[in-house]
Design a protein around this ligand. Structure first.
Ligand code: WT7
Length: 671
């Protein structure tokens, strides 16, 4: 194999400006860098990728032979472990803390890079020798926020296998869907974990999921169980294995050679919601994801050896994959990782941990900020937050008031706010400030400008470039290394969902469509304005309306349902269901709770409708299509618009009454 085993660039300094200059806003310095990046993107990414460790360099930076199935770094060979772990072995980083982990009850573990390396090797050894995981296999990981989660992900990718992490808040049924779709034969889970002072019995849900999957023809052969909560679990001899027992069987100094992988092999799958009932398995590539995440992490957070980074997301979502596992580890950054609820046992939990660990860089969602803001400043003032030097947000548009609170109260007007727009599909941030290059002047509520190599624009519904200040749809006009490779098992859906809207294949024009509204201002800054499809954004998490509707309709009492996102003061949006009952069923609080429980069982707590509105009729077109937009307009207090296609105007009045009821309920909302 040819190529350089050690990346040539200096990961911490590179060609960037000194820290002080980077952090005194300069649009010019940033644009200078940006414009160079898009002049010749292939050369740009070629140089960037060489800063990482590869076993063999690529023959082509970007293979565009079969758009939109772009392939990055074709011919390249690597393993992400080489950059996230092996790179640090025998260096001073090996003694650096990788994770300061804290359980919800307050128990702690500190894990150095060296210890992480050893544990990953031992678990990889056990997975290979005792569980039988092979290159190319898919392993489903259903774990809470405990150190064994990143260990499992790294062990799986070390073996050249593909992980599919399923958020531990998903139900057994949702887990089963994802096991079946991925065809996973191995599941890694835990006995339970702590949430709001109680134990969530995860193994129970895992057992149930394995049973459902078997009914649907996918046999999970091995279940690895981490002991976290110490609760009793049901055990299937031969199938179930304790994680700690597997590790004990591995040689103390076990070393598993990272399996060489092609740059355009699949690194992992992560499911996300779309406009149909079926979640999409987003596939990310070994070489492209690695390269993009490495650089975006540097651009976003300007990492330095003394940093303590805390991304307060769950690894079950893309934010955690990129900003708790692969991004920070590739930079040798120390992190905080937390198991539980952010306001447990009290609303000061987050700030007390910032103080305790000396967090320098804090990254979270507007939802969490709104929650903490509402608790009042006394919880903030109790703590010394002077270690913070950079603050980030992700997942939803941030309202300027919350931005200002974050900036003045949490960052004491000294820490720039890095508002990062991106998606599960994009791998890492796409539009955001880049203090690691040069900080642009910030505007509260704007994610500012595209990152280097990213060509973004706003177009009208017809595909014409939108005017300055005109609301339109965000598009990305060139491929980038962090882009998804496709949808697991469904190449057509990939083309349809992301590329059909604005591309013109005849002319060789391929445009990525993220389904977000956006507007560009006079300075070229992007303002992201929410989803343009039938997808809700609940507490920074994507949720398909149809997916929730399917779950609501699964209740025997429900004949028809329309689910939409309703504005919510903390979560941004929450699902609200308008429901028509079957004959013989009476509306009431008990039935409402029962319907909500059905959704909890089929998807999980995040999808549970905040309110079930019982109506006798849903607004529909004469051709029978449910007019969700009428419900949305009423919930948002906006004009209901054109109703000429409405089949029965009385249905609108029905919904209007129910909506008033919901609004009264939200006004009295308690935390
Ligand atoms: C959708 C992607 C990417 C990690 C978290 C969510 C919305 C994301 C922002 C932001 C406004 C944002 C978009 C996007 N979104 N970041 N900074 N400002 N909106 O990942 O579940 O894949 O959702 O989240 O609507 O399309 P996801």
């Amino acid at each position: 194999m040819s190529g350089n085993m050690v990346g040539e660039g200096n990961p911490l300094m590179g060609e960037h400006l000194p820290f002080e200059e980077r952090h005194s806003p300069s649009l010019e310095a940033y644009l200078d860098y940006y414009l160079r990046s898009v002049e010749d993107p292939e050369r740009f990414w070629d140089e960037k990728a060489r800063e990482l460790v590869w076993l063999r360099y690529w023959d082509r930076v970007l293979d565009e032979d079969n758009p939109p199935f772009y392939r990055w770094f074709r011919g390249g060979v690597t393993n992400i472990n080489l950059n996230a772990l092996d790179r640090w072995a025998g260096t001073s980083v090996a003694n650096r803390v990788a994770y300061y982990w804290e359980g919800e009850p307050g128990d702690t573990r500190t894990i150095s890079y060296g210890e992480l390396y050893r544990e990953v090797n031992r678990f990889a050894w056990a997975l290979r020798e005792l569980v039988g995981v092979r290159e190319g296999d898919t392993v489903t990981i259903y774990l809470p926020m405990i150190p064994e989660l990143p260990v499992s992900m790294l062990a799986v990718t070390r073996l050249g296998a593909i992980h599919s992490v399923v958020f531990s808040g998903f139900s057994a049924a949702a887990l089963a869907d994802r096991i079946v779709d991925a065809g996973a034969k191995v599941l890694v889970t835990a006995d339970g974990f702590y949430r709001r002072g109680r134990v969530v019995e995860l193994k129970k849900a895992a057992d149930e999921a394995v049973r459902i999957a078997a009914d649907r023809g996918v046999e999970v052969e091995k279940v690895v169980v981490v002991r976290r909560a110490g609760v009793e679990v049901n055990w299937v001899e031969g199938r179930d294995h304790w994680y700690h027992e597997l590790l004990a069987e591995a040689p103390g100094k076990a070393y598993v050679k990272p399996v060489p992988r092609k740059a355009d092999d699949v690194l992992f799958i992560l499911y996300t919601s779309g406009t149909t009932g079926r979640p999409k398995g987003i596939m990310h590539s070994v070489g492209g994801y690695m390269t993009y995440v490495y650089h975006v992490f540097r651009w976003n957070w300007d990492p330095r050896p003394e940093d303590v980074f805390w991304c307060a997301a769950d690894i079950g979502w893309i934010t955690g994959h990129t900003y708790i596992v692969y991004g920070p580890l590739m930079h040798g950054v120390a992190q905080v990782m937390y198991e539980g609820a952010p306001d447990h046992p009290d609303p000061g939990r987050i700030w007390s941990m910032v103080e305790k660990y000396g967090v320098t860089t804090f990254y979270t969602s507007p939802t969490l900020l709104r929650l903490l803001l509402r608790y009042g400043d006394r919880w903030v003032e109790k703590h010394d937050l002077s270690s913070l030097r950079l603050l980030g947000t992700v997942g939803e548009p941030i309202n300027p008031e919350v931005w200002k609170w974050y900036y003045t109260r949490i960052g004491r007007s000294r820490a720039p706010i890095v508002d990062t727009w991106w998606q599960t599909e994009t791998g890492a941030a796409m539009i955001s400030p880049a203090p690691g290059i040069a900080l642009v002047p910030l505007k509260p509520g704007s994610a500012t400008l595209p990152l280097p190599g990213i060509v973004a624009d706003v177009v009208t519904h017809e595909g014409r470039q939108a005017e300055t200040g005109e609301k339109g749809l965000l598009v990305i006009k060139r491929p980038w290394p962090g882009m998804l490779m496709g949808i697991w098992g469904d190449p057509q859906r990939y083309v349809r969902t992301y590329w059909e809207r604005f591309s013109d294949p005849e002319k060789g024009v391929w445009i990525y469509y993220p389904a977000d509204y956006a507007v560009r201002d006079r300075d070229g800054y992007f303002w992201l304005l929410g989803r343009a499809d039938e997808v809700m954004n609940v507490a920074g998490h994507r949720l398909g309306t149809i997916e929730v509707e399917d779950a609501v309709v699964a209740h025997p009492a429900v004949s028809e349902a329309a689910v939409v996102g309703a504005p919510h003061p903390v979560k941004g949006e929450v699902p609200v269901a308008a429901v028509v009952l079957r004959e013989g069923y009476k509306p009431g609080p008990e039935l409402e709770e029962d319907i909500r429980n059905t959704v909890r069982r089929l998807i999980g707590p995040i999808a549970v409708p905040a309110k079930v509105l019982f109506v006798r009729k849903l607004p529909k077109t004469r051709s029978g299509k449910i007019m969700r937009r009428i419900l949305i307009a009423l919930l948002r207090g906006q004009p209901i618009g054109d109703t000429s296609t409405l089949e029965d105007p009385a249905a609108v009045e029905e919904v209007r009454k129910a909506v008033e009821e919901y609004k009264r309920a939200v006004e009295g909302l308690e935390l």
